[in-house]
Ligand binder design. Structure first.
Ligand code: NAD
Length: 263
């Protein structure tokens, strides 16, 4: 019941890690806004699971969760998402910036369009979602928690995914900066940095046995992560148990980061 009475927004939660986070926060008692861009059926699946997980904490099913469509690659949409979330539940306490995408290309072939797609969602979207959320918290003089799902690639090179690393590295410095600037307002901000997690973003890897085995060899714990490995940590960081934690990155990678650096 750590999050009873809290309202959380999870961006990009119609599948994968975001879906697991939405369900886990509901399990702990939060009302959850499920954001999606183009898969209402995925968002509905998340909502059904959120309602099953969190129903016991609320008088009405409609208080458990809601879905809101918004494209996180457009600042006006990001701002609308925050204001509609506040309108829907009366407030917002927790923002989980999870929506993200990656595009593979050799550096010399990266198009401006693909660079913009990645950076607009993974970095600019996170920046302006945090800004709109902070404006709401300032207006209502409330504390709050921001959790960004970044990546081991906020630290670790990922050849052929340079725009992705640019975006996640940017989120690392944004988080550190905001920890300092927002601390006096009672707002904490941290990054959760997954390694290789079995979700649709890794579809190609999951279907390529040879590549998968190579990745598994570099993970000391010997398996891919599950979305729940990430959502467990997010639930902790969203709770009052983490009130004194800000400005840090927490890796959920089975040891991948340090192993990689040793090779
Ligand atoms: P996923 O592809 O299953 O989920 C990404 C989600 O983001 C999807 O729901 C997608 O619709 C949403 N999204 C993308 N563009 C959007 C937009 N413009 N507006 C709104 N939503 C949008 O992948 P995932 O593994 O669940 O990824 C979640 C987060 O975790 C991402 O930020 C990703 O970079 C990060 N991450 C994942 C892994 C991994 O191995 N799976 C590793 C490190 C970091």
């Amino acid at each position: 019941m750590e999050l009873d009475g809290k309202v959380a927004l999870v961006t990009g939660s119609s599948q994968g890690i975001g879906q697991a986070i939405a369900i886990r926060l509901a399990q702990d008692g939060a009302s959850v806004v499920i954001n999606y861009r183009s898969h209402p059926e995925g968002a509905q699946e998340t909502l059904d699971k959120v309602q099953a997980a969190g129903g016991k904490f609320h008088m009405a099913q409609s208080d458990v969760g809601a879905t809101i469509q918004a494209d996180l690659g457009q600042v006006s949409e990001v701002q609308r998402l925050i204001s509609e979330s506040v309108e829907r539940f009366g407030k917002l306490d927790i923002l989980v910036n999870n929506a993200g995408l990656e595009k593979r290309a050799d550096f010399w072939d990266v198009s401006e369009e693909d660079y913009d797609k990645v950076v607009d969602v993974n970095l600019k979207g996170v920046f302006f979602a945090a800004q709109a959320f902070v404006r709401h918290l300032k207006e209502t003089k409330s504390p709050g928690k921001i959790i960004n799902i970044s990546s081991v690639h906020e630290e670790l090179p990922f050849p052929h995914f340079t725009a992705y690393c640019v975006s996640k590295g940017g989120v690392k410095m944004m988080m550190r900066n905001l920890a300092v600037e927002l601390g006096p307002l009672g707002i904490t901000i941290n990054n959760v940095a997954p390694g290789a997690i079995a979700t649709p973003i890794n579809k190609d890897l999951l279907e390529d046995k040879e590549k998968l085995n190579a990745v598994l060899k570099s993970i000391p714990l010997g398996r891919l992560g599950k979305p729940e490995d990430v959502s467990n940590l997010v639930a902790f960081l969203a709770s009052s148990n983490a009130d004194y934690i800000t400005g840090s990155t927490f890796y959920v990678d089975g040891g991948l980061l340090w192993n990689y650096q040793e090779q």
